[in-house]
Write a protein that binds this ligand. Structure first.
Ligand SMILES: Cc1ncc(COP(=O)(O)OP(=O)(O)O)c(N)n1
Ligand SMILES: Cc1ncsc1CCOP(=O)(O)O
Ligand SMILES: [Mg+2]
Length: 212
């Protein structure tokens, strides 16, 4: 089963990205999504190679944001695709059955579509406002998650759902109660001066009712 905590990287340069990812791994994150927007393909390739090596060293799962061909080129563990990125079925045709393909959703209908097309997990959001991403889809709040996850239950749709967007430590209990599998976060970990403590606290809440 997928880890309940996914770290989404930040940083304006290769060096800053790598530093943030390294610190997240040191703090105990073992699922990294490399999100490095508006960069040349050379820079993205160089970063992806470095991140792949690091993730191998830390036995962490490594997925790439947006870029299916880069995922294939560096043999990452998978890719995360939004509603306006390459289609899930197109990505599956390129990457094969063994790679992880995550898909973004903002509504129950998005989940239906992305699941039918064969994604492995859903990133559902945004939970609340965040500065990390521009042009946000409508905010869901706890009620939005509860309503969508209930509908999934009624319709027998079973796929891990990650909450995303402005999530803090204080939101996790309520989010988990709605039935989400885990969370994908960027800002709170990147900005934390005490990353190891924070990751421990996040995992304690995420795994509070899980018998391992
Ligand atoms: C886990 C997860 N969920 C959602 C997103 C958002 O993807 P997308 O809508 O394609 O937006 P960008 O991240 O590409 O700006 C995500 N990255 N990860
Ligand atoms: C990539 C993405 N997609 C929806 S919200 C978001 C950003 C999540 O980052 P943060 O945890 O800093 O709000
Ligand atoms: Mg995208």
């Amino acid at each position: 089963m997928f880890n309940k905590l996914q770290y989404i990287s930040q940083g304006e340069t290769n060096e800053k990205q790598l530093q943030n990812i390294h610190q997240a791994l040191d703090a105990g994150c073992n699922w990294i999504q490399m999100r490095f927007k508006n960069q040349t393909s050379e820079k993205r390739f160089a970063l992806a190679e470095a991140v792949k090596n690091l993730c191998e060293e830390y036995l962490a799962t490594f997925i790439v944001n947006d870029d299916v061909l880069l995922t294939q080129k560096i043999a990452a563990d998978g890719v995360h695709l939004g509603l306006t990125d390459m289609s899930i079925s197109g990505a599956r045709a390129i990457l094969g059955e063994k790679k992880i393909i995550g898909a973004t959703a903002n509504t129950f209908e998005d989940i239906l579509l992305q699941t039918k097309n064969g994604c492995d997990y859903i990133g559902l959001g945004p939970f609340q406002f965040t500065e990390t991403k521009e042009k946000l889809s409508p905010i869901l709040g706890t009620e939005g998650y509860a309503s969508i996850l209930n509908k999934m239950k009624t319709e027998n749709i079973s796929i891990p759902v990650y909450a995303i967007g402005g999530i803090t430590l204080e939101n996790i209990e309520n989010l988990i109660k709605t039935g989400v599998h885990g969370i994908a976060v960027s800002g709170i970990i990147t900005k934390s001066p005490e990353k190891e403590k924070l990751v421990q606290q996040l995992n304690d809440k995420l795994y509070a009712n899980v018998i391992l």
